[in-house]
Design a protein. Structure first.
Length: 89
């Protein structure tokens, strides 16, 4: 007998991220590092570096604050995140 695993977070558990700079909370957006222009140039003139650069960009995404763009965000469920939310509540 197998029970269905619930993937949703239990009620009361804090989800998302908290920005340590501006206090914003929610789902962060991801930002690819590097430049799309460099990627295009590399692809046009040097196929292999273009491929490497594309892979590098895809694998080095930053989670950033939607409010101020800072990378200084922490999981809201972490002790520090809960403390930050507690201060604002
Ligand atoms: Zn922020």
């Amino acid at each position: 007998m197998q029970q269905e695993v619930l993937r949703e977070a239990p009620a009361g558990k804090v989800s998302g991220y908290v920005c340590t700079l501006c206090g914003w909370q929610g789902r962060p957006k991801t930002r690819a590092k590097g430049s799309i222009l460099i990627e295009i140039v590399l692809w046009l003139f040097f196929l292999v570096p273009g491929l490497i650069y594309s892979i590098w960009r895809l694998t080095t995404k930053d989670r950033v604050c939607r409010s101020c763009g800072s990378v200084a965000i922490i999981p809201a469920g972490s002790p520090r995140g809960r403390a930050m939310l507690g201060m604002r509540a």
